[in-house]
Design a protein. Structure first.
Length: 75
């Protein structure tokens, strides 16, 4: 009985874990945000829950923060 109960908990833990989103963002120059990879055709792919947008101009828009390499992270 203990083996069945333990197996049920493992199965429940596996099914409850949310999937991370695969997000494509435009590549700026030769750089992608930290934690993302180059996928070609001028795009980066990130599997984090964070959303990145390219920085337009010198500052990031309101509600975002600078994360370097020309990107802003949406709060």
């Amino acid at each position: 009985m203990t083996k069945i109960f333990t197996g049920s908990l493992v199965l429940l833990a596996i099914t409850v874990v949310p999937a991370l989103a695969n997000t494509l963002i435009p590549k700026i120059d030769k750089f992608c945000p930290v934690g993302s990879i180059t996928v070609g055709a001028g795009y980066c792919k990130t599997q984090s829950k964070n959303q990145f947008i390219p920085r337009s101009g010198e500052f990031c828009p309101k509600g975002t923060k600078t994360v370097g390499a020309g990107y802003c992270k949406v709060n």
